[in-house]
Design a protein around this ligand. Structure first.
Ligand SMILES: NC(=O)C1=CN([C@@H]2O[C@H](COP(=O)(O)OP(=O)(O)OC[C@H]3O[C@@H](n4cnc5c(N)ncnc54)[C@H](OP(=O)(O)O)[C@@H]3O)[C@@H](O)[C@H]2O)C=CC1
Ligand SMILES: N[C@@H](CC=O)C(=O)O
Length: 380
């Protein structure tokens, strides 16, 4: 038999069994900017996941602060109608997720993933309940990784012991590959000497608008419309959100530091941050437009650009977060829009390894969450 006919035979042979499709069941917490983009991306890419990856990513359940929805039948929640279904679902106690997690484990999928798209407090307990049931966790919520050090440690240990994934790439730099890059540097034995950068897409965007002469209150409203702001915008403007990211990275390199160790200077005057409710806060902002514009102008007159930077110095076990007037040639000065960057100076990278790109936004962050889910699904 000639080579040609062998090739011909193998090509013409009918494919008897359809390719295997593995069901991966998700339970999504939140229905805001990130969660709603994620649900759209899951719906839009459904066919592609099946054809390309042999994966059926199904949303078995959803919940917000009030309602909870669980669909045990194959296919899960109808993604085109999730808002209606969730809106009419029974009221759920947001602190009680166990029935949903138990439901997820009973589905018999190849893998189950809890996906946290909230900024809720105390979620580390929910993650632990999930991990102990064999459920993987993907999250955009920074709080469990930057809060109490013992809780963070316990969480990491539980994930390891249960052999389940705990992925939180989007907690720093939205979908930019920051956390996994740092983990790889550490895993491969590199020594990290310094981490610095502009960690907030939101504050980068506001700085750029201010430099262009846009009043702060107007820029803040645009940031809100574009989905850049934290659920509690004071977390962005106080710098606490950046401090959380810095603590997450510091802990990755073995520094036992917490938020209380961060030398933090806010982005806006402290009196403004004393306004607690979000509505009252937005009402109070215009009164600070002139003062904030003057600070930006002062830096400009000195030929500098005002940026909000973070610096993690492992040698001195120090984290600094705050506004810095940088030279026009500084990498942060060149950022546009919601651009962010993180620079790792290490033994192997004396010229820093830089991760740069847009660092905020619903669609980008959702894509990062989805990439984390796919990374888990591909390993099953
Ligand atoms: N937006 C961005 O660019 C980025 C965001 N992130 C992170 O993603 C997370 C979500 O951000 P974003 O979508 O912008 O925020 P949103 O404010 O738009 O959405 C937050 C959602 O969380 C829900 N929620 C709050 N508490 C609970 C709870 N206990 N149980 C269930 N649901 C709850 C809210 O419910 P309800 O609708 O009932 O109020 C809301 O739907 C945050 O942790 C943020 O830091 C990370 C990177 C970038
Ligand atoms: N508000 C945040 C969004 C992501 O974490 C930021 O840009 O820092």
């Amino acid at each position: 038999m000639s080579v040609e006919s062998v090739v011909q035979l193998s090509w013409s042979r009918p494919i008897s069994a359809p390719p295997r499709v593995d069901r991966v069941s998700l339970f999504v917490l939140g229905k805001g900017t990130v969660a709603s983009s994620l649900l759209t991306q899951l719906g839009d890419n459904k066919g592609r996941f099946v054809e390309r990856d042999g994966l059926s990513l199904e949303v078995a359940g959803l919940c917000d602060r009030q309602n909870g929805l669980f669909v045990a039948s194959p296919g899960g929640v109808e993604l085109e109608q999730w808002r209606n279904h969730l809106g009419t679902a029974p009221v759920a106690d947001p602190r009680e997720r166990r029935p949903f997690l138990d439901g997820l484990t009973r589905l018999g999928s190849r893998a189950a993933v809890l996906v946290d798209c909230t900024a809720a407090d105390g979620m580390e307990k929910v993650y632990e309940q999930a991990l102990l049931r064999g459920i993987h966790v993907v999250t955009a919520n920074k709080k469990p990784f930057s809060g109490s050090l013992p809780s963070f440690r316990r969480l990491a240990t539980t994930a390891r012991r249960c052999r389940r994934a705990l992925r939180y790439e989007t907690t720093v730099g939205a979908s930019l590959p920051v956390v996994e890059t740092l983990k790889d540097l550490v895993r491969t034995g590199d020594r990290v000497d310094l981490i610095e950068g502009s960690f907030s897409g939101t504050l980068g965007f506001l700085s750029n608008e201010l430099l262009a002469g846009v009043p702060f209150s107007r820029a803040l409203n645009v940031a809100r419309e574009r989905g850049y702001l934290e659920p509690r915008p004071q977390d962005d403007l106080s710098g606490v959100d950046v401090a959380r990211k810095a603590v997450i990275l510091a802990r990755e390199i073995g520094l036992n530091l917490g938020l209380e160790d961060v030398a933090l200077t806010p982005f806006v005057p402290r009196e403004l941050l004393a306004v607690d409710s979000t509505d009252a806060f937005f009402e109070a902002v215009p009164a600070y437009d002139a003062e904030i514009a003057r600070t930006v102008k002062r830096a400009q007159l000195e030929g500098k650009v005002l940026r909000y930077l973070a610096r993690i110095d492992p040698v001195n076990r120090r984290i600094d977060v705050g506004p810095v007037a940088v030279d026009v040639h500084h990498p942060a000065a060149r950022l546009r829009g919601a651009g962010s960057f993180v620079a790792f100076t290490t033994e192997r990278y004396p010229e820093p390894l830089v991760v740069q790109g847009a660092g905020a936004g619903g669609a980008l962050t959702a894509a990062g969450v989805l990439a984390d889910i796919l990374a888990i699904a591909r390993k099953i």
